[in-house]
Design a protein around this ligand. Structure first.
Ligand SMILES: C[S@@+](CC[C@H](N)C(=O)[O-])C[C@H]1O[C@@H](n2cnc3c(N)ncnc32)[C@H](O)[C@@H]1O
Length: 225
């Protein structure tokens, strides 16, 4: 019976506690330095006091730590597996080579089309990237799925909460029933909800106890459905 386990730790420290090749699929969404940049230009005052500002809620994960993060992700993933990284269009230029240095093959950035425009001065943001990496050789389950995923963004959720439906597509594509899906920066637990919904087990971690409490209540509800 698929179940979940949650941990309160730094992402890299937590990954170091996992055995080699113990995870079948990893999907994650770290809080990038680029969030800070948006705080330090222009819209800032509004952002600082806005509920929509992620920075009011959580710590930033420095770009300088990408190598140690991706090395650990590569180590814990099974021999032939996929890794998806939610990423903004600026940070992806740093994340891609760092993950390649850790041994991943980069396939392409998927586009998550949020169906509605958001903030920004230089063309307002309507999409995010999901970088698609491979360890070893693994085929996608459905070769007919497009590289643009159209799902409306979550309204008034946890800061930068991702829709469960986006993770459901990735999990169906890259894992089987009963396998282990992990997220070292779980936030509100949307990857975990998708994993349980699709009868996969879920291992999640976050530095914030608020995130963990929220994720735990969502995952318990999902198991009771
Ligand atoms: C962008 S949010 C994840 C949102 C999530 N995908 C969702 O749908 O709700 C990033 C999360 O990383 C956590 N975090 C920040 N620094 C961390 C670290 N060093 N290790 C683990 N988690 C960290 C934050 O507390 C936050 O919940």
């Amino acid at each position: 019976m698929p179940d979940f386990q949650l941990f309160l730790s730094d992402a890299v420290d937590w990954l170091r506690t996992l055995d080699d090749q113990s995870v079948d699929l990893l999907i994650t969404d770290p809080p990038y330095e680029s969030l800070e940049k948006h705080r330090s230009v222009g819209t800032t005052t509004r952002l600082k006091i806005s509920k929509a500002s992620s920075n009011a809620w959580f710590e930033i994960f420095p770009n300088a730590r990408f190598d140690e993060l991706f090395q650990e992700i590569h180590r814990v993933l099974s021999k032939n597996s996929h890794f998806y990284l939610f990423c903004d269009p600026e940070t992806m230029f740093l994340a891609k080579p760092a993950a390649e240095r850790s041994g991943f093959k980069f396939w392409k950035p998927l586009i998550w089309d949020k169906k509605k425009i958001g903030m920004g001065y230089h063309y307002r943001a309507r999409y995010e990237n999901i970088l698609f990496f491979e360890k070893g050789k693994k085929k996608l389950n459905d070769l007919g799925i497009a590289d643009v995923i159209e799902v409306p963004k979550v309204f008034r959720g946890y800061p930068t909460e991702k829709p469960v439906e986006v993770s459901e597509i990735l999990i169906r594509q890259s894992s089987e029933i009963g396998e282990v899906v992990a997220d070292p920066f779980l936030g509100s637990g949307s990857v975990g909800v998708a994993a349980l919904r699709l009868d996969r087990s879920f291992w999640g971690n976050d530095l914030s106890s608020e995130a963990l409490a929220l994720a735990r209540s969502r995952l318990i509800k999902e198991k009771e459905r």
